[in-house]
Design a protein around this ligand. Structure first.
Ligand code: NAD
Length: 368
């Protein structure tokens, strides 16, 4: 079966190929599921080696967004976009405005935001062509960069993991190995230091860790050594598939909890972590803080509300870990169950009480 044929045998509702020669835009938008609401998910800009690779990524990431929104209790579906280009040299106003016109053409079925390789400045160009974009700057009534909120959410989820696995109510004195000193990674470091933790960090881009090495309680290590750090927690905050056959045997930690999407290379890697008694915080459950924060833009952004929502990640994670413990089931399977159950229940409710099974889209984003 070709990659394209897999779309028809899979679960995705819609996959859009966007091609604009004038601006150089080559992009894929995947809408996975809109049962709970419009598909919301970031726009990744990455120098993919092939269109097939980009397609695989967008299909996987958009499905993850469906599960993330469902577990987070949001009335949103899952979608994602990938722009095939180098974020270091291919960004332009025309490219992002062109992308914005494609998003607009989907009439609110897909709402875009930042992701790896894009930032709040790029959202500003997209916003010129469509209002179906969140994570725009505060000056435009948006919530700005979601990464500090993603980091706050990870911290809340980590508290639940530490309570369950290490039987500790405080993070002080714990050792954490952070992979990736990007947008989220930098905020995580600040939060971890505030909690009194000992931080180990790496990044493939040495300019990102340069200033960190002068700060107390931070040790910069190589990208190869990060897995083997004698830490309580491994915190993946770079790219996906880093929990794999090669890295699992190296891990000395008791908890894997970080912001990266799609951390498990295969589901079997989640089984293996469980077998080794390494508590795994399912990625889409612990990294939902940014999504929760931007979702508030639908009703008019309110920071106080965002802070309250972050605490929800602690409770979601507690529920998942308790299920896992009671049923002797790997954490990633328990998280999938929570997501699938909510999607099924809410879809049924909608069908019964509203006389149809079609999702109701907010259709507007309130900018104050
Ligand atoms: P980013 O691009 O700002 O940072 C990623 C960092 O990882 C970069 O500094 C990069 O140099 C580094 N990196 C890449 N490969 C590496 C490797 N093998 N070893 C060490 N470092 C490596 O991205 P971000 O916004 O900080 O997001 C980090 C992760 O969290 C991504 O997987 C993203 O999908 C996920 N995530 C981010 C958000 C958000 O709000 N930004 C929300 C949910 C999930």
């Amino acid at each position: 079966m070709t990659k394209l044929e897999t779309i028809f045998s899979g679960e995705h509702e819609e996959v859009v190929f966007c091609n604009d020669k004038a601006s150089g835009l080559k992009c894929l938008i995947a809408i996975h599921n809109t049962q709970l609401g419009p598909a919301l998910g970031g726009c990744r800009m990455w120098n993919y080696e092939s269109v097939d690779q980009a397609l695989e990524d967008v299909l996987r990431l958009s499905k993850g967004m469906t599960y993330k929104a469902a577990v987070a209790g949001l009335n949103l579906g899952g979608g994602k976009a990938v722009i095939i280009a180098d974020p270091k040299k291919d960004k332009s106003e025309a490219l992002f405005r062109s992308y914005g016109t494609f998003v607009e053409s989907l009439n609110g079925r897909y709402i875009t935001a930042e992701d790896v390789g894009t930032d709040v400045n790029d959202m500003e160009y997209i916003f010129m062509e469509t209002s179906n974009v969140v994570g725009v700057a505060e000056t435009h009534g948006g919530s700005g960069d979601p990464s500090p909120w993603t980091a706050k959410g990870v911290l809340e989820g980590l508290r639940a993991c530490v309570e369950q696995r290490l039987q500790k109510s405080s993070l002080a004195g714990l050792r954490v190995a952070v992979q990736g000193a990007g947008h989220v990674g930098q905020h995580l470091v600040d939060l971890f230091l505030k909690e009194g933790m000992q931080v180990f960090i790496c990044d493939i881009d040495s300019s990102k860790t340069k200033e960190l090495s002068d700060r107390p309680n931070i040790t910069v290590v190589s990208t190869d050594d990060i897995y083997e750090v004698d830490a309580d927690i491994f915190c993946p905050s770079a790219l996906g598939a880093i929990i794999n056959e090669k890295t699992i045997p190296k891990l000395k930690c008791k908890i894997v909890a970080g912001s990266a999407n799609n951390q498990l290379a295969t589901p079997e890697c989640g089984d293996e972590l469980f077998r080794r008694k390494i508590t795994y915080a399912p990625d889409y459950a612990i990294n939902a803080g940014g999504l929760m924060n931007v979702s508030i833009e639908f009703e008019g952004y309110d920071e106080k509300r965002a802070n309250r929502m972050m605490r929800n990640i602690y409770y979601v994670m507690k529920t998942i870990l308790q299920h896992s413990h009671m049923e002797s089931l790997p954490e990633y399977k328990c998280a999938d169950r929570v997501a699938q159950k909510r999607i099924a229940e809410i879809s049924r409710l909608r069908g019964r009480f509203m006389g149809n099974s079609k999702p109701s889209f907010p259709g507007r984003i309130v900018r104050r």
